[in-house]
Design a protein around this ligand. Sequence first.
Ligand SMILES: Cc1cc2nc3c(=O)[nH]c(=O)nc-3n(C[C@H](O)[C@H](O)[C@H](O)COP(=O)(O)OP(=O)(O)OC[C@H]3O[C@@H](n4cnc5c(N)ncnc54)[C@H](O)[C@@H]3O)c2cc1C
Length: 484
Amino acid sequence: MPAKNGSQYIERINNNLPNVWLAGEQVKGAISEHKAFKGLMATQSNMYDMQLDDKWKAKMTYASPLTGDPVGLSFMQPRMKKDLAARREMMQAWAYTHHGFLGRAPDYMNTTLMAYSTAAGVLEEKTPQYASNLRRYYEYCRENDITLSHVYIQPKAGRLASLLGFLEHPAAARVTDKNKDGIIVRGAFLLDTQGASSDEILVYPVPHSSPDADDSPYAFAFAVPSNLPSIRFICRESFVGGESAYNYPLSSRFEEMDTLVIFEDVLVPWDRVFVCGDEEMACRLFDESSFHIHSCTQIMCKNIAKTEFLLGTIETMIDAAGLGSYGHVIDKVTEVIIALETLKALQLAAEKGASANRWGIMLPNRNPILATSAYFPTIYPRMIEIIQLLGASGLIMVPDEKDFETDISGPLNLYMKGIGLSAKENIQLSRLAWELSISAFGGRQTVYERFFFGNPTSVNNRLYHGYKGRETLKQRVQDFLFHS
Ligand SMILES: Cc1cc2nc3c(=O)[nH]c(=O)nc-3n(C[C@H](O)[C@H](O)[C@H](O)COP(=O)(O)OP(=O)(O)OC[C@H]3O[C@@H](n4cnc5c(N)ncnc54)[C@H](O)[C@@H]3O)c2cc1C
């Protein structure tokens, strides 16, 4: 199946039946009907529908290099600047459907897998079979529009070996055995966002160092269907407040479930193995794929849509409360405007400064793109703080939609209206601001933005260490001081 539509997406996920646990119970039946997943899947179904909608199809898909059939454009390997522009336009269109609240919209993983596939040549050096496995898997996902999730972080207990300098720790994820059919993997991985509602899972941990770096049990990368019986997904508490889009405008549509994934001696067939045993290859494939740079092109589209949504929300709040003439309010809105314009400028700079890498892949300029990955985690919490500072008690007193169906509606209509908004509209706006800034859904969004691309030190290190301009600038100042 090339690019799929929404009902094909829902049907496939419902038939997948992975082993999912939520609040002590196994999730049974159609996952798209379960209250924790329903809203998210409806949103993504609409996104997949766009792919085959005549109005959008040309923007959302491209001709498969294998068959000529339309396939999702976020799978496209960019070879020219116009490919980067086409990818951006496609991903921006999807981002506006969820206003940036889906961190793991399908284009995130499509882009990630595309990035890895471009560097399969690294694997040719020692293990050509793994190189062709990776290329074939990328084609398989592209040609069948596979909805993917991924994991690379382990729970803290699994990291103790590295943290405490042990050679081994029983909780560290590892390859426990190999046989003629494949490798056997045991361990746990954290925060597989959308893991329970995806077709497949890409597993690519940062390897612990091992005494035998050429045959390390901790160095591996592979992909498997998420419905293997030896894989279990354990969900966190659901943050869907309820089905009412009035009461819960965000969580009823955009709540992405995060899961802990347990692998209990999972057999990974050889043709799904991309790295096994070789620490150096695991690190090089990750680095040379430029995963962070390619993924950031998708993330920038999401972040621009999200910042625009926050700015629109803040402006509506200001109008409704009559705050627009205060200087400190204008200062705060200006902070958001500057953030938005900075993101858009970095997006442009990254694309304009793109150049081909050694695989012939057009790579956006790393400096602006990695700057945005370090910048957004610092400004997102501030924008949420601005909503709290402007919303104040209006974020707390948020009656329910049902209150308007009773005789309480009389006083509510009198006392709760805003400037230019009826009481019902004003409370609807407050409920949006409350979900953004106070609710469990909003809290998770903030933690997501702070951490999903790595802890702040790792993110900053990524930008700092490859920033070639540093030496030149140091030299310029030294020339100015010592040689002029
Ligand atoms: C909502 C959400 C969804 C996510 N979804 C996914 C997903 O789908 N797939 C996936 O693979 N991952 C996912 N992640 C995980 C994400 O990759 C990690 O959160 C991220 O890599 C940081 O790791 P950590 O959370 O273990 O924090 P840590 O890295 O352990 O950081 C915790 C604290 O320790 C500090 N710290 C740690 N190491 C250092 C150091 N070397 N130097 C200085 N300080 C340090 C950090 O600064 C931070 O304050 C998700 C995370 C979140 C929050």
